[in-house]
Ligand binder design. Structure first.
Ligand SMILES: *Cc1c(COP(=O)(O)O)cnc(C)c1O
Length: 471
């Protein structure tokens, strides 16, 4: 039996404990507690020794995968290594113990940090000012689109109710537009993965509030027609929104403000390094060009002041790299992605042959082994992802973007050594070899992970988060 087959309640043995308290610690005061507030029976807790508790939680932590345990090439998510100094800075008691209701005069240092971060991000992006209220990228998108609406309403231009979103966009883009009360219009990509400028031209009119884009796009390709796109959209009276989740490769190189964007968000948890597995914590500050500063939110779009500790980490990260080294982050991320892409294109289908930025997309295996499978079914992208887990690599993003049927989206980031990337490349080659010889090895993977192939939809919709027994 493996350690994870036993749960802590099952390890329980009557009267085994992991603590010792003085006998009469609470004895004398019990009568102060009204009898109807007192427990009738003791709580049902596992009775375990200290070493049982330590082993149990340490083993549980090993069942999880994190950037601190291995390579995590999850495309679009920028799972870069988070330097530990960020944690030290953000957990300094003078910051970590602040209370959002403290009087302003007692939080001058924190305000100064936010102001300095605003200045740094403005310089990095070419925006004028940021609001730090939004707590995630998607939250920033919604806030940014509300700013876009306010701008048009202030100009008595209420007919602008449509937002153009490319078909390669991250799913949060159309979702945020819908939540902001705007209608989504899709613009096609061309064969080469870039926005079809002629198709865009046909969509423009006086009902367009703006366009949402990320650049490089979700295929990792730089939208080189951005200047033309900006002048077309501005020309029809619309605004340009930049989804800054893909800012990583552009750090210190190109600024969204200079590309013509009016509003944008950054994912501090991605580009500026905060551990963000499992959905949090995040920060999605929204920046605007000078002509929109008056539309930054003056009321709250989140509780209190946003995710302060994530801002601290971003500030520490920027200061540690400095102006000189910040551009290197993006350059190395780009180099890493191209290195892996070129090393694996002999075994995986590369639908768009172009220099990529920080990430790229394969469209499944070149030889999926279907010729050798007893049932004629070859190995899919899901099977490759599952097999990677057997080799202690996190899987890449799969089946996104939706432009290809077997999408496998790889983002190595700048923080991986060439040795780590080489061993990933070796394993990916080995998996491709296995697929072509015996795809069943992949189709039944993972073979040595605690969980194999859960029903992901049910797991996400009805998570079972506590021990369920007769208790
Ligand atoms: C991650 C991501 C988002 C959403 O950001 P969250 O912080 O997860 O809400 C939006 N767009 C792109 C391109 C992304 O990669």
């Amino acid at each position: 039996m493996k350690y994870y087959d036993k749960l802590i309640f099952e390890l329980s043995k009557e009267s085994r404990t992991a603590f010792s308290l003085p006998e009469d610690k609470f004895g004398g005061n019990l009568s102060d507690i009204p009898s109807d507030l007192r427990r009738k029976e003791g709580p049902l807790l596992p009775e375990v020794s200290e070493v049982d508790v330590v082993r149990h939680y340490t083993n549980l932590s090993q069942m999880n995968f994190g950037v601190d345990t291995g390579f995590y090439p999850l495309g679009s998510c920028t799972m870069k290594y988070n330097p530990k100094i960020n944690e030290q800075v953000s957990s300094m008691p003078a910051f970590a113990r602040l209370h959002p209701l403290q009087p302003e005069c007692s939080v001058k240092g924190a305000l100064e940090m936010v102001d300095a971060l605003d200045g740094a991000l403005a310089e990095i992006t070419g925006m004028k000012h940021f609001t730090f209220l939004p707590c995630a990228g998607a939250h920033g998108e919604l806030t940014g689109l509300m700013i876009m609406r306010q701008y048009h309403m202030a100009r008595h231009d209420e007919g602008r109710v449509k937002v153009i979103v490319p078909d390669s966009a991250h799913g949060t883009n159309p979702a945020s537009a819908a939540v902001a009360g705007l209608q989504v219009v899709t613009v096609k990509s061309k064969e080469n993965g870039l926005i079809d400028v002629e198709a865009l031209r046909d969509l423009l009119g006086d009902d367009i509030a703006g366009i949402m884009m990320t650049n490089p796009n979700t295929l990792g390709l730089f939208e080189k027609d951005i200047k033309e796109i900006a002048s077309l959209v501005h020309g029809c009276g619309g605004l340009l929104y930049y989804d800054g989740a893909n800012m990583n490769p552009l750090l210190g190189m190109v600024r969204p403000g200079d590309m013509g964007f009016d509003i944008m968000h950054l994912n501090l948890h991605k580009t500026f390094s905060t551990p963000h597995g499992g959905g949090g914590p995040g920060s999605g500050p929204v920046g605007v060009a000078e002509h929109l500063v008056q539309f930054l939110p003056t009321t709250k779009v989140s509780g209190f002041h946003g995710n302060f500790a994530v801002m601290m980490r971003a500030y520490a990260y920027i200061l540690m790299l400095g102006k000189e080294n910040l551009p290197l982050a993006g350059q190395y991320a780009t180099l890493s992605a191209n290195y892996i892409k070129e090393s694996l294109r002999d075994a995986y289908k590369l639908p768009i042959d172009s220099i990529c930025k920080h990430e790229f997309v394969f469209d499944g295996l070149i030889d999926d082994g279907s010729a050798h499978a007893p049932d004629g079914v070859g190995a899919t992208t899901l099977d490759v992802a599952k097999r990677l887990l057997d080799f202690s690599f996190h899987a890449p993003t799969i089946y996104f973007p939706l432009l290809f049927h077997q999408a496998l989206m790889i983002e190595p980031t700048e923080t991986e050594s060439v040795e780590t990337m080489d061993s990933f490349i070796d394993v990916m080659h080995r998996i491709a070899q296995e697929a072509s010889e015996d795809p069943m090895i992949l189709r039944s993977a993972p073979h040595n992970a605690p969980i194999t192939r859960p029903d992901e939809t049910t797991a996400a919709r009805n998570p079972v988060l506590k021990y369920q027994d007769t208790i």
